[in-house]
Design a protein around this ligand. Structure first.
Ligand SMILES: [Fe+2]
Length: 245
């Protein structure tokens, strides 16, 4: 079998994301869980905020799906993407179920009204969502490289750490149960990059998109950690871009 053209690039992107995963703003939440100081309201804020993020993936993937045409990619690529959409909607429901089970809310409607369930346009969560949605205009392998070899690698890392750190069995189950699906999304991203990214120009686009997605996810993680721990720390600096026209 011929060597897959994007093999080295996939390793490069995964490597950069693993490095970022080793030190994220979320480590403060993991530490709180380890020390037993992540109390019930904090756990509810965490799951509520992640529910709010997950439900936005309907909007992101809806945009991405519009960019897929008949015969542009082998059916396997579209099958894997639809699998990812299904998995993500399972995660969304799982967070809401957990909120209901813990008695944080009595109905789904209440969750939408809680501070952790509200979608605010002026937030790092929204910024990250719009950043991903914006990738709808790029070819599918580029955006899959950005998300699946970027934020998903970082997310995989902290979810694993948190499920080890917490003694709350339900919280552990919520995160540990996502590991198989998230790992398959990362593997799927790796495979798509290996197979479909051959030209240097596409490789450069992957590097750029992956770095942007990772940066914006990092800002979300910072906002999330502050929100969960009910504190306010300085956000990571925003790169300044000079626009001339
Ligand atoms: Fe997910």
């Amino acid at each position: 079998m011929a060597e897959l053209p994007g093999k080295a690039l996939a390793q490069e992107l995964i490597g950069a994301s693993r490095e970022e995963a080793s030190a994220t703003p979320f480590s403060a939440v993991v530490a709180a869980a380890r020390h037993g100081t992540l109390d019930e309201p904090a756990v509810v804020r965490l799951m509520g905020r992640l529910w709010t993020l997950e439900r936005m993936f309907y909007y992101i993937y809806g945009g991405w799906g519009q960019g897929l045409e008949i015969n542009d990619f082998p059916p396997s690529v579209k099958y894997l993407f639809s699998k990812q959409i299904v998995d993500e909607s399972t995660h969304e429901m799982m967070y809401l179920d957990a909120l209901l089970r813990r008695g944080a809310v009595a109905t789904q409607k209440q969750a939408f009204e809680a501070p952790y369930g509200r979608f605010a346009v002026d937030s790092a969560l929204a910024y990250y969502v719009f950043s991903l949605r914006n990738l709808a205009t790029y070819p599918h392998p580029i955006r899959i490289a950005a998300l699946n070899l970027g934020p998903k690698v970082v997310e995989f890392g902290w979810m694993e750490e948190l499920s080890v750190a917490t003694s709350d069995t339900e919280l552990r189950a919520v995160f540990a149960s996502q590991a198989v699906e998230n790992r398959s999304h990362i593997n799927m991203g790796r495979r798509i990059v290996e197979e479909f990214i051959g030209r240097p120009v596409d490789a450069e686009l992957c590097r750029w998109a992956c770095a942007v997605a990772r940066r914006d996810y990092g800002r979300f993680l910072h906002e999330l950690s502050d929100f969960v721990l009910d504190r306010s720390t300085a956000p990571p600096p925003m790169p300044r871009v000079q626009v001339t026209d």
